[in-house]
Design a protein around this ligand. Structure first.
Ligand code: NAI
Ligand code: 15L
Length: 269
């Protein structure tokens, strides 16, 4: 595959999208932006819902690749998750198939495997082939997205890297994020890798920086060429002093998905 240049970035108005709009162009990408919300400072951005098949088809026409960030990014009602994340991702892959786009990067999440026990000291990190254990309908939608990506590779030859993002924010803001943090600069490095690596078929990678306290195995990300540069450790002392370590036996202590694993979930429905 030749290096993609024109890339559709869905979810461009969101947190990660806003960071990537700044950090990806220096790698040589010409970004086409899409979001259901207007994208501040980008009057040319396509304002469209993932339900709008005609708009998606036009949006993907002529692009070399798609970075798919759009969707509901926290727990919500099943109906809303179904529309935006499940049906919406399907509509986008159909548009890609119809318009001949050959590479997608799918923003999966740690919450696809959120009910996986986090490793204790001395235990090996969680591998990519650990079974799906979604912690929410949101996490379930990411499991669906990964399986959809596999189907579109096997059936239609569309390549995808599914990136199970940990926590991509300018800084880690909780003790759990010391293990899950993906710095914005490492996120851009990782997306560049996922866009340019050869012969990925459908590859699942974890997306985090080289955190001293990492819980998961970055080997599939490294195998396609990702070299994370950042580490959350400089934030550790202050965060632990401010927030304390998670109580033993709490969701943050036990599971990769942390507080997403509480029952009943405390989300705004
Ligand atoms: P965000 O919620 O800030 O941004 C999502 C964007 O998608 C929003 O701008 C929203 O308007 C747009 N959107 C929602 N529904 C849409 C629809 N039906 N049609 C078109 N656009 C729609 O989320 P964030 O933090 O930027 O995350 C980006 C992606 O990465 C999401 O898919 C999220 O699930 C995933 N992710 C993010 C993590 C993080 O740490 N920020 C961690 C793991 C996964
Ligand atoms: C996610 O999947 C969410 O989209 C993001 O907002 C964070 O909550 C992140 O996971 C996390 O687990 O920190």
């Amino acid at each position: 595959m030749s290096a993609p240049r024109t890339v559709l970035l869905t979810g461009a108005a969101g947190g990660v999208g806003t960071l990537m709009r700044e950090l990806l162009p220096p790698y040589g990408y010409d970004l086409r932006l899409l979001d259901v919300a207007p994208v501040p400072g980008a009057p040319d951005a396509i304002v469209a819902d993932l339900a709008d098949r005609a708009a998606l088809r036009e949006a993907v026409r002529g692009v070399d690749a798609i970075v798919h960030l759009a969707g509901i990014s926290l727990e919500s009602s099943f109906e809303k998750i179904m529309a935006a994340n499940i049906a919406g991702t399907y509509h986008l892959y159909e548009a890609a198939r119809e318009e001949g786009v050959r590479r997608v990067v799918f923003a999966s999440s740690n919450h696809a495997v959120g009910f996986t026990r986090r490793p204790r000291d001395g235990e090996p990190p969680v591998p990519v082939d650990t079974p799906h254990r979604p912690d929410t309908f949101y996490g379930l939608s990411k499991c669906f997205g990964e399986d959809l990506a596999q189907l579109y590779w096997d059936q239609h030859g569309i390549e995808t890297v599914s990136v199970r993002i940990g926590s991509c924010f300018p800084e880690p803001t909780s003790v759990r994020m010391l293990s899950m943090w993906l710095s914005p600069a490492d996120c851009a490095r990782l997306l560049h890798t996922t866009l340019t690596a050869e012969n990925v078929g459908h590859t699942v990678v974890y997306g985090s920086s080289a955190n001293t306290r990492a819980w998961w195995d970055l080997s599939t990300a490294r195998a396609i060429g990702f070299e994370p540069q950042d580490d959350s450790e400089p934030y550790a002392e202050k965060l632990i002093a401010e927030k304390g370590l998670p109580p033993e036996g709490s969701a943050d202590d036990l599971y990769l998905g942390g507080h997403f694993c509480v029952d009943p979930p405390r989300w705004p429905y």
